[in-house]
Design a protein around this ligand. Structure first.
Ligand SMILES: [Fe+2]
Ligand SMILES: [Fe+2]
Length: 171
């Protein structure tokens, strides 16, 4: 696969990943069974992270649509383990499996770290930098994407921090 295609697939999969992460938080807040036990502060934090993940998806969409930077693909191949983890979580939630708060928080904390530090930092950012040299993307838009992914990496750290607060509260 050529480099430009790899970049487009990674940007598309990052967008999809953000949407699915947002969905899992929203599902957890809205599903009656576990949310009956979750506190107001938990709902607030989950809703904040969901909103921010949707924003991340929106930002990527805004940049991608101007530059034809989405290439639909099988993201389980492109992203690998974090993709499999969030899909599994979503499937469990939609099948009605009750996931305890502590388990849910731990799985999401793992995911925030994996997406920020592994997917965005070690895979997507270096690909974008390579993409300028290969002419896949203009320098200006590469700079925008680089700034955007750097902001998202910081946000994922902050999501992990917020989840840590909840983990401590939930014992
Ligand atoms: Fe995100
Ligand atoms: Fe996040």
């Amino acid at each position: 696969m050529d480099l430009c295609s790899a970049i487009r697939r990674n940007i598309y999969c990052s967008y999809m990943l953000e949407r699915i992460v947002a969905d899992t938080f929203t599902m957890y807040v809205e599903e009656p069974s576990p949310s009956a036990e979750i506190s107001t502060i938990t709902k607030t934090i989950f809703s904040i992270i969901a909103a921010e993940s949707r924003n991340h998806a929106k930002f990527l969409e805004l940049v991608a649509e101007q530059n034809n930077l989405f290439e639909e693909t099988d993201c389980s191949q492109t992203v690998g383990i974090p993709w499999a983890a969030v899909q599994k979580l979503r499937e469990e939630l939609s099948s009605g499996r009750v996931i305890g708060l502590k388990e849910f928080i731990e799985r999401q904390m793992w995911l925030e770290k994996a997406v920020g530090e592994e997917t965005y930092h070690k895979i997507v950012l270096p690909l974008i930098r390579e993409g300028i040299k290969a002419g896949c993307i203009t320098r200006e838009y590469a700079n925008i994407l680089e700034t955007l992914f750097s902001k998202m990496i910081l946000d994922e750290e902050y999501h992990e921090e917020m989840l840590k607060i909840l983990a401590e509260l939930s014992g």
